[in-house]
Design a protein around this ligand. Structure first.
Ligand code: IPE
Ligand code: IPE
Ligand code: MG
Length: 254
């Protein structure tokens, strides 16, 4: 069966198979969005939270099973203290104001990223969100916070090295599944679609291992302008991709 290109057809009208199971988003361009409007960068982050709310709701409505949002990278600590502080206060506010609503939507929240060394108040918010929503059966919202893929791979490598040193595991027993199972994403399928807003076309240390066969989509919009329609366009583009995983096309010849 071939899938015809029709950007006017909403994802709701398509077969469920057209909606990616796991969507991962690099929410980029908040600062530039604000500067273009003569506003401080922090206003861009505030508008970014509004976009995040919309995208969580719309992804769940479209039947996405896993939505991973890159909210703060392990490298973002290098930004000015005032901007970092503002981003932390946004996280606080998001948990205080939005967690109840997310919970009502049946969304299960989980975090990937390095937890060690996080301020107890920040870690507390993350644990609270995970705990409250643990048994929800709707979409899984994966928040990548203090996340860097190389750091994640490094931590997994150390965990395996400890087991090898203890004689619990032999080097020959380590395979791809062992590595996947020791990453923060152990319980998650690989992302099917990775969206990066703002026009930048790089991963910036996001899901390097997991993205092996992901489809990429780079809309020319800053994150605060990314809305439901833009997400549907991303899904429509995804539905046109021919994922071969190194094999031959599953689609019957046109
Ligand atoms: C993304 O927007 C949000 C975070 C990285 C926390 P940016 O703050 O990177 O915005 P630009 O890329 O500078 O425009
Ligand atoms: C990636 O964006 C991190 C997040 C969106 C949270 P950055 O803005 O930090 O990435 P670079 O610095 O442009 O590569
Ligand atoms: Mg950026």
């Amino acid at each position: 069966m071939t899938v015809t290109a029709d950007l006017n057809v909403s994802a709701r009208d398509k077969a469920p198979g057209d909606v990616p199971r796991h969507v991962a988003v690099i929410m980029d361009g908040n600062g530039r969005w604000a500067v273009q409007r003569g506003l401080p960068r922090t206003e861009g982050h505030r508008a970014g939270v509004a976009a995040l709310r919309r995208i969580v709701r719309h992804s769940a409505a479209r039947g996405v099973e896993f939505l991973t949002l890159f909210s703060f990278s392990s490298e973002n600590w290098s930004r000015p203290a005032a901007e970092v502080g503002f981003l932390m206060s946004l996280l606080h506010r998001f948990v205080r104001r939005d967690l109840a609503e997310v919970h009502r939507q049946g969304v299960r929240v989980t975090m990937i990223g390095e937890r060690e060394g996080l301020e107890p108040s920040i870690l507390g918010l993350i644990l609270e969100a995970e705990e409250l929503t643990r048994n929800n059966t709707g979409m899984t919202l994966v928040v990548a916070f203090n996340y860097g893929s190389r750091n994640e791979i490094l931590r997994a490598t150390r965990k395996l090295a400890v087991r090898v040193a203890a004689g619990e595991l032999s080097p020959g027993e380590i395979d791809e599944a062992t590595i996947s199972a020791n990453l923060d994403t152990a319980d998650l399928p690989d992302p099917d679609l990775i969206i990066r807003t703002s026009g930048e076309q790089r991963l910036s240390n996001f899901l390097l291992w997991q993205a092996a066969y992901a489809e990429f989509y780079f809309p020319d919009l800053h994150w605060p302008d990314f809305d439901e329609h833009a997400l549907d366009e991303a899904f429509a583009a995804y539905a046109e991709r021919d994922r071969r995983f190194g094999g031959l096309s599953a689609k019957v010849a046109r």
